[in-house]
Design a protein around this ligand. Structure first.
Ligand SMILES: Nc1ncnc2c1ncn2[C@@H]1O[C@H](COP(=O)(O)OP(=O)(O)OP(=O)(O)O)[C@@H](O)[C@H]1O
Length: 272
C-alpha cells in the first residue's frame, strides 16, 4: 500500500491505476561464472545491469516510475528495445512484484501479452477457457455462458476438445485472444497488436479490440507503432532505459510521437 501525502492523494483519488516510485529489478540466474558476468556487464542492454557483491547479476528494468490512470484514459508506451515496456505491463498485471515502490490497480485486468500465460497445454481448449477465466476472478457460470461465443470467435470448433499442446501457435493465440476479449475488462494491458498470421481472424480481432477499447476503463498499450498509438490512445509515454522520458496527452505530443517513430525507424525498431 502507498501512503501518499494529502496533495497526491487528492490528485489520484479517481485513478484506477496508481503507480508510485516503482523500481523493478530482475535477477539473471543463468549468469553464474565471473567472466561471463564481466562480459555481460560490458554489454549495452535496455535496462541497467547491477553487479552485486553476493547473488546473481540484476537488471534494473524500471526506475522510480510514477503513473496515474483515470477512467477513459488509454496510455500508449513507446521506447527502444529493452526500454522496459513489457516489464511495466507485467508489473501492472502483478506478474513482477515491485522491488521498490507500489502498484495499485482497481478492477478486473485482462492481459494481451505473454499469450499462453495461465494456460495449461495438457488441458483441452474448453478447460483452458475456464482456467483463463478463473485467473481473471470470473465465476464458472459467467465463463460457461461465453463458451459458445468463444468457440465461434476463435474458429477452433472441435479442436476445443483437444489438448492445447496439439494447437499451432496461431490457434493458441486465437483462443487466448477470444477469452481475453469475451469478458469486458476494466483494465486492458496490451503488448503490440495480436498477430496470428490469419488475415480473416485479424480483421475480426481488430474490430473487436476497438469495441473493447471503447468500453474499457483504462488501457495501457506498449507498441513500436506511432500510427496505432495515435489511433487508439489518449495519453503517450516514452520510456528510456527504464525511466519516463516524456508523458502527456496524445493531442499535445504529435511531434514527439513522430520523432520517436523516426528514431525507432533509424534503429530498425519501428513497426511496419
Ligand atoms: N526475465 C528477465 N530476466 C532478466 N532481465 C530481463 C527479463 N525480462 C527483461 N529483462 C531486461 O529488462 C530490460 C527491459 O526489458 P523489457 O522486455 O521490459 O523491454 P521492452 O521495452 O519491452 O523491449 P522490446 O521492445 O525489445 O520488447 C531489458 O534490459 C531486458 O534485458
Amino acid at each position: 500500500m502507498i501512503s501518499p501525502d494529502s496533495k497526491t492523494a487528492d490528485a489520484s483519488s479517481d485513478a484506477v491505476v496508481r503507480v508510485r516510485n516503482l523500481t523493478v529489478e530482475l535477477p539473471i540466474y543463468s549468469a553464474e561464472s565471473r567472466s561471463f558476468k564481466q562480459s555481460l556487464l560490458s554489454t549495452e542492454i535496455g535496462g541497467r545491469l547491477l553487479s552485486m557483491r553476493h547473488g546473481p547479476l540484476r537488471v534494473r528494468a524500471l526506475t522510480q516510475l510514477d503513473l496515474d490512470l483515470r477512467p477513459g484514459e488509454r496510455l500508449g508506451v513507446m521506447g527502444h528495445n529493452g526500454a522496459g515496456k513489457t516489464t511495466l505491463l507485467r508489473a501492472l498485471a502483478g506478474v513482477y512484484p515491485p522491488t521498490q515502490g507500489s502498484v495499485e490497480v482497481d478492477g478486473d485486468v485482462a492481459t494481451m501479452f505473454d499469450i499462453g500465460l495461465g494456460m495449461d497445454i495438457e488441458a483441452n481448449g474448453r478447460e483452458n477457457i475456464f482456467l483463463l477465466g478463473y485467473s481473471r476472478g470470473l465465476d464458472p457460470a459467467h465463463i460457461r455462458s461465453k463458451i459458445d461465443e468463444i468457440a465461434t470467435f476463435s474458429g477452433l470448433g472441435p479442436y476445443l476438445e483437444l489438448p492445447v499442446k496439439t494447437y499451432s501457435s496461431g490457434m493458441a493465440s486465437r483462443l487466448a485472444f477470444a477469452v481475453a476479449t469475451s469478458f469486458q475488462p476494466d483494465i486492458l494491458l496490451m503488448d503490440e497488436w495480436i498477430s496470428t498470421g490469419d488475415q480473416d481472424f485479424m480483421k475480426k480481432a481488430e474490430a473487436r479490440l476497438f469495441e473493447l477499447l471503447e468500453q474499457s476503463r483504462v488501457m495501457v498499450f506498449a507498441s513500436h507503432s506511432a500510427e496505432l498509438i495515435e489511433r487508439t490512445c489518449t495519453r503517450f509515454m516514452i520510456l528510456s532505459h527504464g525511466q519516463i522520458a516524456l508523458q502527456g496527452p496524445v493531442s499535445e505530443l504529435q511531434d514527439a510521437i513522430q520523432r520517436t517513430r523516426a528514431t525507432l525507424e533509424q534503429s530498425g525498431e519501428a513497426a511496419q
